[in-house]
Design a protein around this ligand. Structure first.
Ligand code: APR
Length: 312
């Protein structure tokens, strides 16, 4: 059987890390796409990664390109095209630059990769994935945004450090938009089944939640650009669940059609990802407080979408 083909649109920090991971884990061949001005950069990165494969004994073919014809027939496309945040910027501040970019990417993908499973990482995430879906017209099962896994991972890490337990035993669930009002669902946050509220005092939990909400910004402030290792691994979890039909239950941004009471927007909710793409949107019971937080988060997603809709 031929190896799967995974196209990465954007050969920057996250794109490079994604390519390295895919090659190392032998998930498929990689096409590393960037704009013409960065074509040689993409080719150079691809060559470096193929040579890395020689050291590791991995056969994945990695191609750097700025030609969409090379993306044709991809099984999975992961989009990081755009600019990342600089210190002091919110994700929404990126919309002016990243909206035309996602439209350009979507127009080309519609032509060359109509059967791909598409994962969007570019920010502002919930608006970018909405626009990708609108322009391509791809089925909703095949278009997802990566945010919830990353936000949940940040929560997982901070809880593990606070409770002094292994990160491997901490389970978390963060829903809603990928913004400062994301919704941590405490009933789904446990250390191997033991509710975190039994292990960590409320004031510390509140402080940790505040840190998770600003978790992306904390890194931007330190590095001058946005995170890339954890975002790449989060997208890989989604890509792998699709390609290997693992049917993992993961928080992903998907188009809602009445689920959780919302329609015609993308927002993070728990879904099952398998060979059919988004095979199921899982509706979990939320407390009144969580519902209120979700409504606030949905309102922020909606206000960014208003800007997107006005500019069409
Ligand atoms: N088509 C393809 N690639 C593009 C386009 C385009 N129209 N416009 C820009 N790019 C490329 C840039 O040339 C750059 O190489 O996207 C790449 C982005 O890489 P980085 O600047 O290193 O950014 P990265 O850290 O990878 O983040 C990308 O993901 O998490 C989000 O907020 C982040 O929106 C940002 C995105």
């Amino acid at each position: 059987m031929a190896r799967k083909k995974i196209a990465l649109i954007g050969a920057g920090n996250i794109g490079g890390e994604l390519a390295a991971y895919i090659a190392r884990e032998q998930l498929g061949d990689v096409v590393l796409f960037d704009i013409p001005a960065k074509a040689d950069y993409a080719r150079g990165k691809a060559l470096d990664l193929e040579q890395n494969g020689a050291v590791l004994g991995r056969d994945a073919k990695i191609t750097g390109t700025s030609n969409y014809d090379d993306v044709a027939g991809s099984d999975v496309v992961i989009i990081t095209a755009g600019i990342p945040r600089k210190p002091g910027q919110s994700r929404d501040d990126l919309i002016g630059t990243n909206l035309p970019i996602i439209r350009d990417v979507a127009t080309n993908l519609k032509r060359v990769a109509p059967n791909a499973f598409v994962i969007v990482i570019s920010n502002p995430l919930d608006a970018m994935v909405y626009e990708l879906k609108r322009v391509t017209g791809f089925p909703r099962e095949k278009v997802v945004g990566m945010a919830g896994i990353l936000d949940s991972a940040r929560f997982q890490l901070f809880l593990a450090r606070e409770a002094n337990v292994s990160v491997a035993d901490v389970r978390t669930m963060v829903l809603g938009g990928h913004g400062d009002d994301m919704v941590p669902v405490l009933s789904a946050c446990t250390v191997n089944g033991v509710g975190v509220e039994h292990l960590i005092p409320k004031e510390r939990l509140d402080a940790i939640i505040a840190r998770v909400r600003g978790g992306g910004g904390e890194i931007v402030k330190l590095m001058g650009t946005s995170a890339f290792y954890a975002p790449a691994s989060s997208a890989i979890a989604m890509c792998e669940s699709y390609l290997l039909d693992r049917k993992r239950l993961l928080p992903c941004a998907v188009q809602l059609d009445g689920e959780y009471g919302y329609k015609d927007l993308f927002m993070g909710v728990p879904v099952i990802l398998g060979a059919g793409g988004v095979e199921k949107i899982v509706e979990i019971p939320l407390t009144a407080g969580e519902k209120e937080m979700l409504a606030k988060s949905a309102a922020s997603v909606q206000s960014t979408l208003d800007i997107v809709r006005k500019s069409t």
